[in-house]
Design a protein around this ligand. Structure first.
Ligand code: AMP
Ligand code: MG
Length: 277
C-alpha cells in the first residue's frame, strides 16, 4: 500500500508495533523538502474546516494517543493552528474527576464529541480506559476486556450519526522518549511538563505497547480507522498527519449550502441602483 495509506490499520489486522519503524520518513528527505507542501496542506485544511462549518451537516473527530512525550501537544498545535477556533476545538482528557468516575467511562467522552459542523481534537481519549486503566489494573480484567466492543459500538453510533472519526497513534521509541524527557529537564520553558510519573510510567513501557497493540488491533474499523504514525521525527509526523487529514476531509464530498435567501433579489434591491449613488 502507498504512503500515507500504509499507516492505516485495516480492520482485523493484528498489529505488532515492533515491526514498525518509528524513524520512517518515506520519500521525504528532510524538513526543508516538505516545507512548501506543508504550507499548502495547512492552508487547505483551514479551507476544508471552513467548509465543514458552513455546511453544518457532519462533524469530524480526531483522536490523538501516544505515550508520554510522544508528541500529542505538538500535534494538536500543528493540526489546529490553521483552523478557526469558532469551529475547531481541542479536548484534553486527564485523570477522571470524582463525578466522571461516578458515571460510565464514556459519559465524559460523549458530552464533548463534535456537534455538526465542528472539528474536535481529542488529546487522549476513551482509549485511556483500555490503556492506563489496563496497565495499572484500575479495573479488573473482565471489565476492561469488555470495553473494546463497547468502544466499537460507541464509535459506530457516532459514525452513524454523521461524525467522521480518525484515530492517530503517534509512535515513538523508548530512546526518543528519554531524549524528549531530557530536553524537558533542560529547557526552562518545558520543565513544567516533566514529572516523576513520566519516568515511572516509562517502566511500564512493554505493558503499554501490548495494550496499544490490542486497542489498535481490536478497534480499527472501517468507520473509525486507527493510523500508526512514525513519530520520532516531528516534521515527518506533522506532514503525514496533514496529508491524511486533507485526504480524509476531501473525500467527504462537502459542499457549501445553497443560500437560504434570494441572492439575485438582494443584489437588485440593495446594490444595482444604489452603488452608483
Ligand atoms: P497529560 O496528558 O500529560 O496532561 O496527563 C494526563 C494524565 O491523565 C495521564 O497520566 C493519563 O494517563 C491520565 N488519564 C487520562 N485518562 C484517564 C483515565 N480514564 N483513567 C486514568 N487516568 C487517565
Ligand atoms: Mg504528560
Amino acid at each position: 500500500m502507498k504512503y500515507p495509506d500504509m499507516f492505516r490499520v485495516e480492520p482485523g489486522t493484528r498489529v505488532k508495533l515492533s515491526q514498525i519503524d518509528p524513524d520512517y520518513k518515506g520519500d521525504d528527505k528532510d524538513q526543508s523538502a516538505v516545507q512548501d507542501e506543508l504550507a499548502k496542506l495547512t492552508k487547505r485544511l483551514a479551507e476544508l474546516q471552513y467548509l465543514m462549518y458552513a455546511e453544518c451537516k457532519r462533524s469530524f473527530l480526531i483522536v490523538l494517543q501516544a505515550v508520554d512525550g510522544g508528541g500529542k501537544d505538538g500535534t494538536v498545535n500543528h493540526v489546529i493552528a490553521s483552523m478557526n477556533p469558532q469551529g475547531a476545538t481541542v479536548q484534553p482528557f486527564k485523570v477522571p474527576s470524582a463525578e466522571e468516575l461516578a458515571h460510565d467511562y464514556l459519559w465524559r467522552i460523549h458530552k464533548v464529541t463534535p456537534a455538526k459542523g465542528r472539528v474536535v481534537v481529542f488529546n487522549r481519549s476513551h482509549y485511556e480506559d483500555v490503556l492506563v486503566v489496563r496497565v495499572h489494573g484500575l479495573v479488573p480484567p473482565e471489565v476492561w476486556s469488555g470495553r473494546y466492543d463497547e468502544i466499537n459500538a460507541f464509535e459506530k453510533l457516532l459514525s452513524d450519526n454523521g461524525t467522521h472519526i480518525i484515530k492517530f497513534f503517534l509512535y515513538i521509541d523508548k530512546k526518543e522518549q528519554l531524549a524528549r524527557f531530557k530536553q524537558r529537564l533542560e529547557d526552562p520553558a518545558k520543565q513544567w511538563k516533566i514529572s516523576e510519573s513520566d519516568y515511572k510510567e516509562r517502566e511500564f513501557w512493554d505493558a503499554y505497547q501490548n495494550a496499544y497493540e490490542d486497542a489498535i488491533s481490536k478497534c480499527s474499523t472501517a468507520d473509525a480507522p486507527w493510523y500508526i504514525i512514525p513519530a520520532n521525527h516531528k516534521w515527518c509526523r506533522n506532514v503525514a498527519i496533514s496529508r491524511i487529514l486533507v485526504a480524509t476531509m476531501e473525500s467527504m464530498g462537502m459542499q457549501f449550502p445553497a443560500p437560504s435567501v434570494n441572492i439575485e433579489e438582494i443584489r437588485r434591491q440593495y446594490h444595482a441602483a444604489k452603488e452608483s449613488r
